[in-house]
Ligand binder design. Structure first.
Ligand code: OSB
Ligand code: MG
Length: 383
C-alpha cells in the first residue's frame, strides 16, 4: 500500500540525549483481567532530545510479566544498555530505520516501540506534519469502544456498561475467564440487546473449554479475543473452525509474520494491532498492510496507555484497514488527570478526533509529567 512520504527527504536525526522516566498515575477504576488486577498505572516514558526539540514515547509495560514477557525493569534495562547506546552513536535517517538498527536485540518489543514512538514524534515536529500523515492515515476521527475489566458482580458490570453507553461509547468489550463468561455475557446481552459487544479472554482458556466458547456463539458477539494460549496458533485454528463468532488474536501477534501465519492457518478472522506489542508503528503499519492485502480487518487495541501513547495509537487507527472500533477511550475513562493537554475526549457519536498537531509533544503537559515521575535518568552522547 502506498504511504505518504512528505518531507521524507529530510536529513538524519542525531539524537543528543535520551531521558527515561517511570511515571505513576492512579487509575480511576481498578482494571481486572484474567491475569490480574491493576489499580495504578505505571509505565516508562521516553523523551528523545535532538536539535532543541523533544520527542515523546511511551513503553506501556506493567510491573509483572503477565500480558507479555516484559516488565518495567526489563524495558528499562534493555533501553539503557542496548537500545539507547547505538542511537546516540550514529544518526538515523528516518524513524522507520530504528527496527533494523536494533534488530539484533531479540524481542523486547514494548521497549523498542517506546523509543520508536519518540523518534516519530521528533520526525513529525521537524517536518511540521501530524503523525497521522507520517503513517498514512486517512480518517479524521476514529470509532472507539470501551474495554471493561472483570467486576465483583454482574450487576456492577451492568451499571458500568450503562454509564459508558450513556457517555456515547458505541461498542463494549468485556473481559472473560473460566467462571466469568457465559452467564455474564447472557446478562449483558439481555440488558443491551443491540449493543455491539465483544469479549477478551487474555489467553485464559484451552481447547477443553470449546463447549463454553461455543455457547458464546448465541450472543451475536463481534469477536472473541485471544481465547487460547499465545503460542497456540494451530489450536486457535481448530477452535475457529468450531465457532461462528470470529476469533481475534492479540497476544499471539507479536510480529507481522505472526499475522501472516495466523491468517494462513485460519487461526483468526480479525487482528488486534497494538503498536507496543508489535515493536512500534513501523511493524504495526506492516501488519496492517499485510492483513489488508489478505482481506482481514484489523482494529487498534490499547494497554491503558497515558495520553502520550494513546495519541499515537489514534493516529495509527486512522489507517484504512482499521475497520472495527478501537480500545482507545477518553482520558477520563482511565485517569483523573492525563499527561496531555487538552485531554482525549469522546464525541457523543462514539468517535475521538485524530490529533492534528505536528507530533505528540505539543500536547504533552510537562507539569503533569513531572508530578507523575517516580524516577528518571538521562543518557547523553558525551557522558
Ligand atoms: O488484552 O487488550 C488487552 C489492557 C491491558 C493489557 C491488555 C489489554 C488491555 C485492555 C485495555 O483491554 C484496553 C484499553 O487501553 O482501554
Ligand atoms: Mg486483548
Amino acid at each position: 500500500m502506498p504511504r505518504k512520504t512528505n518531507a521524507e527527504a529530510s536529513v538524519g536525526i542525531q539524537v543528543e540525549a535520551v531521558e527515561l522516566r517511570v511515571v505513576e498515575l492512579g487509575l480511576r477504576f481498578p482494571f481486572e483481567t484474567s491475569f490480574g488486577r491493576e489499580s495504578a498505572k505505571r509505565c516508562i516514558l521516553v523523551a528523545v532530545h535532538a536539535d532543541g526539540m523533544t520527542g515523546w514515547g511511551e513503553v506501556p509495560v506493567s510491573t509483572a510479566p503477565l500480558y507479555n514477557e516484559e516488565t518495567l525493569e526489563t524495558a528499562w534495562h534493555v533501553l539503557r544498555d542496548f537500545l539507547i547506546p547505538p542511537l546516540l552513536q550514529k544518526p538515523l535517517g528516518h524513524p522507520r530505520e530504528l527496527p533494523r538498527r536494533v534488530a539484533h536485540i531479540r524481542r523486547h518489543h514494548m521497549a523498542k516501540a517506546g523509543l520508536e514512538a519518540a523518534l516519530w514524534d521528533l520526525y513529525c515536529q521537524r517536518a511540521g506534519i501530524p503523525l497521522q500523515e507520517a503513517l498514512g492515515g486517512v480518517r479524521d476521527r476514529v470509532e472507539v469502544g470501551v474495554s471493561l475489566g472483570i467486576e465483583p458482580t454482574i450487576s456492577d458490570l451492568l451499571r458500568r456498561i450503562e454509564t459508558f453507553v450513556a457517555q456515547g461509547y458505541r461498542r463494549v468489550k468485556i473481559k472473560i475467564r473460566p467462571g466469568w463468561d457465559v452467564e455474564v455475557v447472557r446478562a449483558v446481552r439481555r440488558a443491551f440487546p443491540d449493543l455491539p459487544l465483544q469479549v477478551d479472554a487474555n489467553a485464559a482458556y484451552t481447547l477443553d473449554h470449546a463447549p463454553t466458547l461455543q455457547a458464546l456463539d448465541a450472543f451475536d458477539l463481534l469477536m472473541i479475543e485471544q481465547p487460547l494460549g499465545e503460542e497456540d496458533l494451530v489450536v486457535h485454528a481448530h477452535l475457529q473452525r468450531q465457532l461462528r463468532t470470529p476469533v481475534c488474536l492479540d497476544e499471539s501477534i507479536a510480529h507481522p509474520h505472526d499475522a501472516r501465519t495466523a491468517i494462513a492457518l485460519g487461526s483468526c478472522r480479525l487482528v488486534n494491532i497494538k503498536p507496543a506489542r508489535l515493536g512500534g508503528f513501523t511493524a504495526a503499519c506492516e501488519t496492517h498492510d499485510l492483513c489488508a492485502a489478505r482481506g482481514v480487518p484489523v482494529w487498534c487495541g490499547g494497554m491503558l496507555e497515558t495520553g502520550i501513547g494513546r495519541l499515537g495509537s489514534l493516529a495509527l487507527a486512522s489507517l484504512p484497514n482499521f475497520q472495527l472500533p478501537a480500545d482507545l477511550s477518553a482520558s477520563d475513562r482511565y485517569f483523573a488527570e492525563d499527561l496531555i493537554e487538552p485531554p482525549v475526549t469522546l464525541h457523543p457519536d462514539g468517535t475521538i478526533p485524530v490529533p492534528t498537531e505536528a507530533g505528540i509533544a505539543p500536547r504533552v503537559n510537562r507539569r503533569r509529567v513531572e508530578e507523575a515521575t517516580r524516577c528518571r535518568q538521562v543518557f547523553s552522547r558525551r557522558g
